[in-house]
Design a protein. Structure first.
Length: 69
């Protein structure tokens, strides 16, 4: 189970956990691109989790409660 404060961050982690490259999926990639009405105010590298031991991912990403700086 994953929980998060931001849908884009949660979907980024879900893609990664399924073995997919989130950068290759337009929906997850474009959620972090600046737009007139942004979905996020941070980059995928800013995604953090409470449990850093379940996955080895750049930016300290893993499963559990997601949050951002």
């Amino acid at each position: 189970m994953t929980l998060g404060m931001n849908t884009a961050a949660v979907e980024w982690v879900h893609a990664y956990l399924m073995g997919l490259d989130p950068q290759r999926i337009p929906l997850t990639r474009e959620a972090f691109v600046p737009h007139r009405y942004p979905r996020t105010h941070f980059s995928p590298n800013d995604i953090l989790t409470l449990d850093k031991h379940l996955c080895n991912f750049p930016g300290e990403i893993s499963i559990a409660l997601l949050y951002w700086l």
